[in-house]
Design a protein around this ligand. Structure first.
Ligand code: S2G
Ligand code: ZN
Length: 409
C-alpha cells in the first residue's frame, strides 16, 4: 500500500462524508482506534516497507504499519537502536505511536515520540498529502506539521510514513533494582544518578502492594532479598564498552546508604528477571477484575503528593484496589484501579482532579481517545480546546477523521 492509495481512499470518504478510523496495531487503551458508528476502518498494516538506515544522518524511514520490534531489528542490523521502547513493542505500530505521541520506558533520556520524529508523510482529512521527510535537524521554515500530527490521535490525518531518529546500539548495560523507603527517595536517587552519568535510560518504580500482588497472582518474585516500601529499577545503557557503569552505580547507592538494598545485573540472562516485576504490573488489575487504566503525569516534585493523595482518595471507596507503578523518572505514573462488581464510583472523578490540582496531565502517554474526553476541560481551557477544534477544521474540514476522539461529538 502507498501514501497515494491512502489519499485516494480518504479523498473518496471526504467526498462522500464517510468517517475514517485509522488503525495501527490496535494497542490503544482509550478507544482512539475503535469504530463506533459506520466509519471506514483504514488499517495501516500494509504500509509495511522499511527503508535503509541512514548511518550519517542517523535516521530510518518506514511505513506507518511497521511494528516497533520489527523496526528495531532492522536498525540493529546496522548497529543502531531506536530511542524509545514500550511493552507492546511486538504489536504497536510506528504510525500509531506517532498518532498517540507514545512515551514508554526511555522518555526522560530521549523524549516522547515527538522528539524522535525526523519526518512524516500523512494524508489530511480532505485527502491532501503532506510530506516532510527531509530529516533536517534544523528547519524552521513555517509551522512544524510533523510535530502537530504527533499526538493528534488520527483526528487530523492518517500518518503513512515516518522518519525516525536512531541512537547508537548499547555496548554496555547495567540494570539495578533498589529497595527504597518511598517515592521521594526514589526521585532523589534518580536525580543523583543523573548528575553522575548521562547513561541512565530507564527509571521505573513499583510499590510494595504491587510486588505482593504480582507474587500472589503470577508467582513473579522480586529480585530483592526482602520487601521494601518501593522498588526502583534503574537501567544504565552506554554505547561504549568502557563506561564504568558498575562504579557509577556504586557511588550513587553509597550516597544513599542503600548498597545492601540493591540487586545488580550486567548480563542479558538475568536482565529479563530484573524487568519481570515491572513488566507484569499492567496485568495486575486485569487479573483482579474491573480494570480501569489511568496514565497521568505531574511535575517531578509533585509525584510524592500524587501517590499519597491518590492512595488516600481511592482508599476511601470500598471495592477499589489501586496499583500504582511506572515511569517515575519523567513524572508519569500508571494509576491502574480494579473496580469490584457493583461499585459505581468513577475513578476518573477521583483521580483526575488531584492530577489537575498538582498541575499535571490526565494523559501522559496513552492519549485522550474517547474515554477521557469528559475530563479534558480539567487541564485545557475552553480557549485551548477551541483552538484545537479550529486546527482540526483546517486539517479535516468535513470532520471525517476519527470523529468523537479527543473532542466530544
Ligand atoms: C506501561 C502499559 C499500558 C498498561 O506499562 O508503561 O504504558 O496496560 C503502560 O498499563
Ligand atoms: Zn507507560
Amino acid at each position: 500500500m502507498t501514501t497515494d492509495e491512502v489519499a485516494a481512499v480518504v479523498a473518496t470518504c471526504n467526498r462522500m462524508h464517510v468517517s475514517v478510523v485509522p488503525q495501527g496495531g490496535n494497542t490503544g487503551l482509550v478507544g482512539g482506534g475503535v469504530p463506533r458508528a459506520n466509519e471506514v476502518v483504514l488499517s495501516t498494516e500494509r504500509l509495511d516497507v522499511i527503508g535503509a538506515v541512514d548511518a550519517i544522518g542517523r535516521t530510518i524511514r518506514c511505513g506507518a504499519g511497521v511494528t516497533l520490534s520489527r523496526l528495531r531489528s532492522a536498525a540493529m542490523e546496522d548497529g543502531f537502536d531506536l530511542p524509545l521502547d514500550l511493552a507492546s513493542r511486538d504489536v504497536a505500530t510506528v504510525g500509531g505511536m506517532v498518532a498517540t505521541n507514545a512515551g514508554g520506558l526511555q522518555v526522560f533520556r530521549y523524549g516522547h515520540m515527538r522528539s524522535q520524529l525526523a519526518g512524516v508523510s500523512a494524508v489530511l482529512g480532505d485527502g491532501t498529502v503532506v510530506e516532510r521527510m527531509s530529516g533536517l535537524r534544523k528547519d524552521t521554515a513555517g509551522y512544524d506539521l510533523a510535530g502537530m500530527l504527533c499526538g493528534s490521535e488520527g483526528t487530523l490525518a492518517v500518518v503513512t510514513e515516518v522518519l525516525l531518529k536512531l541512537v547508537p546500539i548499547a555496548r554496555s548495560r547495567l540494570t539495578l533494582v533498589v529497595g527504597l523507603s518511598g517515592v521521594q527517595q526514589a526521585l532523589e536517587l534518580v536525580a543523583a544518578v543523573r548528575t553522575l552519568t548521562h547513561t541512565l535510560q530507564s527509571a521505573e518504580i513499583v510499590f510494595a502492594d504491587g510486588v505482593r500482588l504480582a507474587e500472589e497472582l503470577f508467582g513473579t518474585r522480586s529480585v530483592l532479598r526482602r520487601p521494601y516500601p518501593c522498588e526502583l529499577l534503574l537501567e544504565l545503557v552506554s554505547d561504549s564498552a568502557h563506561d564504568p557503569l558498575i562504579e557509577i552505580a556504586g557511588v550513587a547507592l553509597a550516597q544513599f546508604g542503600v548498597e545492601d538494598n540493591a540487586a545488580v545485573s550486567d548480563n542479558e540472562s538475568t536482565r529479563a528477571e530484573f524487568w519481570a516485576m515491572r513488566e507484569r504490573h499492567p496485568e495486575l488489575v486485569v487479573r483482579l477484575g474491573g480494570p480501569r487504566k489511568l496514565d497521568v503525569s505531574v511535575p517531578l516534585r509533585a509525584v510524592p503528593q500524587l501517590e499519597s493523595l491518590v492512595r488516600t482518595a481511592i482508599g476511601r471507596v470500598p471495592g477499589l484496589v489501586a496499583v500504582l507503578y511506572g515511569h517515575v523518572g519523567d513524572g508519569s505514573l500508571h494509576v491502574n484501579i480494579s473496580v469490584a462488581d457493583g461499585v459505581a464510583a468513577s475513578v476518573e472523578d477521583i483521580v483526575f482532579p488531584i492530577v489537575a490540582e498538582l498541575g499535571g496531565s490526565i494523559s501522559a502517554e496513552h492519549g485522550i481517545g474517547v474515554d477521557k474526553r469528559a475530563w479534558l476541560g480539567l487541564i485545557r481551557s475552553s480557549a485551548d480546546v477551541q483552538m484545537m477544534r479550529r486546527i482540526k477544521q483546517a486539517f479535516d474540514p468535513q470532520e471525517i477523521m476519527n470523529p468523537g476522539v479527543i473532542f466530544s461529538d
